[in-house]
Design a protein around this ligand. Structure first.
Ligand code: 23J
Ligand code: MN
Length: 266
């Protein structure tokens, strides 16, 4: 690579020719948290932010907090060790993964119309191939994210989880979709919903195919992504880096997309 390319990138970021789009939601007590059936599994607690001091008797000239925070809270990263199929990847933890993989071009598949019409919409391999015919092929080492604009519901946990007596209803991928993306050599798959899988994915074969298949192949998941409506279908670079938690299975992230100014949507 030419040294000038990175110089040019730096200059473009500094001048605003490239905009940094914030693809994370705010993390706090009202952040929606996954609720698995209590007879099936334990759950992640709600986020808590506890003040230590704020320029007061507990700390005269400083403010700081401590957190109660599950790894899989808010906009977050799923590492391969999160799922039983990924348990043997030595580099499948937040502190052992290869950080070179975390910065990559991002393919943004717009499913907003389909998701508005059907909250249980499933993206299939055939639909991904149609998207590629229009926008270009998905390349090795790239991120693929499903745009549902589900982040617009994030201020209302009930709307975000969208559960009824039959369980949660939110869009996601089919097993054949994830198998196809893995055949293209993607680094990971992201969703704007509570997890990388559809609300009804527990009934699929295999159950939770995004988790099962991505992590089997040492690939990553991204959940509760925000502001994908500001990204072009292709052309942005996504930086999605988890905290380096010791033997961590995931982590909240500040997901950042580098987008050429002329291509920032909205
Ligand atoms: C554990 C079990 C099922 C699911 C999840 C976690 C997630 O969505 C997650 O945050 O990884 S579906
Ligand atoms: Mn997760």
């Amino acid at each position: 690579m030419s040294h000038d390319t990175l110089q040019d990138l730096g200059a473009l970021i500094a001048s605003g020719g490239i905009e940094v789009v914030d693809c994370s939601g705010t993390l706090g007590p009202s952040t929606p948290i996954l609720q698995l059936p209590e007879d099936f599994a334990k759950n992640t607690p709600k986020v808590e932010i506890h003040k230590i001091s704020e320029y007061d008797a507990d700390g005269p000239f400083f403010a700081w907090n401590w957190l109660k925070l599950g790894e899989h809270s808010g906009t977050h990263f799923d590492a391969p060790h999160h799922w039983i199929t990924g348990k043997d990847h030595a580099d499948g933890y937040t502190d052992t993964l290869d950080v070179n993989r975390l910065v990559a071009p991002v393919n943004v598949i717009d499913c907003t119309a389909e998701c508005a019409a059907d909250p249980d919409f499933l993206l299939t391999a055939d639909l991904v191939k149609e998207w590629e015919a229009e926008h270009g092929e998905i390349g090795t080492g790239e991120w693929v994210v499903m745009r549902s604009d589900w982040d617009k519901r994030a201020s209302d946990e009930a709307a975000f989880l969208n559960a009824d007596e039959t369980g949660p209803h939110s869009p996601g991928p089919t097993p054949d979709c994830i198998e196809y993306l893995l055949s293209k050599g993607i680094v990971g798959w992201g969703s704007q919903c509570i997890g990388t899988d559809a609300g009804q994915a527990g009934g699929m074969e295999p159950p939770f195919p995004a988790h099962n298949l991505l992590h089997r192949d040492n690939c990553f998941g991204l959940a509760s992504l925000a502001n994908l409506d500001r990204l072009p279908p292709k052309g942005a670079i996504l930086i999605a880096a988890p905290l380096k938690i010791e033997r961590g299975t995931g982590s909240p992230i500040r997901a950042l997309a580098l987008v050429p100014k002329a291509e920032v949507q909205g």
